[in-house]
Design a protein around this ligand. Structure first.
Ligand code: NAD
Length: 245
């Protein structure tokens, strides 16, 4: 589905990001894994030796426009194009408003929102020149419902929805589609860090009866990156088993 395409997947070293990397590689794409440190990127690459020649690592500061532009240029130089950007990197927290420091709020905004802006801008500049591309952002079901603590997280994801819809309108003329995937509760380290009773309570309320696997989410990233979604832009696609909380 992605033959001769090149993708950058931020936060591609584990969890949902690593599942996206594999889906893209299995469907013929070249992939650059953008991680926070060379060490974790190398570890992820060590698990992908069967794809040698089609996968590389980069580790720019995702909030630094110059570092990101340089890294994305190196991807284009290595594989010949940059067709797909999956803005997947993200962090979460459950801190109460009363304990929330400005430092923690700024950090979550930086990674979950500012990095999406910086990476989208750098990728769009390349894609426009190339004649098109696809950007896929990562929202969350809590962008719509909020959550009872950790207000910074749903706030950034709500903002990601807004950025997605705005960029879809702005970049359509350059043949760049922009969509978001809004996962529900998905079995990754991010969820493993939550209290068990919280995960059990949430899982019990999911109509499809189970939390998502990273591969369930990666399938949506594959669809949106592919030509099957040629007429889809500005969408926030829920992949959450119809979870409502
Ligand atoms: P995870 O913690 O397993 O993985 C997050 C990834 O982001 C890691 O690869 C990590 O290295 C990377 N990352 C974090 N900070 C970074 C930085 N500064 N620079 C580069 N990379 C950085 O989490 P996950 O569950 O796989 O989450 C992936 C995305 O899906 C996130 O945006 C998250 O908000 C979203 N999401 C997850 C769930 C869930 O239930 N797991 C639900 C909704 C949305």
């Amino acid at each position: 589905m992605l033959k001769n395409k090149t993708a950058v997947v931020t936060g591609g070293t584990r969890g949902i990001g690593f599942a996206i990397v594999k889906r893209y590689l299995d469907n013929g794409a070249n992939v650059a894994i953008a991680g926070s440190r060379q060490e974790t990127v190398d570890k992820a690459l060590a698990g992908l030796t069967e794809y040698e020649g089609h996968v590389m690592g980069i580790w720019p500061n995702l909030c630094d426009p110059e570092e990101v532009a340089e890294s994305f240029a190196s991807v284009k130089e290595r594989f010949g194009s940059l067709d797909i950007l999956a803005n997947n990197a993200g962090i979460s927290s459950r801190t109460s408003l009363y304990d929330y420091t400005l430092e923690e709020f700024t950090k979550i905004v930086d990674i979950n929102l500012k990095a999406v802006f910086v990476c989208s801008q750098a990728a769009a500049r390349i894609m426009k020149e190339q004649g098109g591309g696809v950007i896929i952002n990562t929202s969350s079901m809590v962008s719509q419902y909020g959550q009872p603590s950790g207000c910074g997280y749903p706030a950034t994801k709500f903002a990601v929805d807004g950025l997605t819809k705005s960029l879809a309108r702005e970049l359509a003329k350059d043949k760049i589609r922009v969509n978001a995937v809004a996962p529900g509760v998905t079995k990754t380290d991010m969820v493993a860090a939550l209290p068990k009773e919280m995960v059990d309570r949430i899982s019990a309320g999911i109509p499809l009866g189970r939390p998502g696997d990273p591969e369930d989410i990666a399938n949506a990233y594959l669809y949106l990156a592919s030509d099957l979604a040629a007429y889809v832009t500005g969408a926030v696609v829920r992949v959450d088993g119809a979870a409502m909380t």
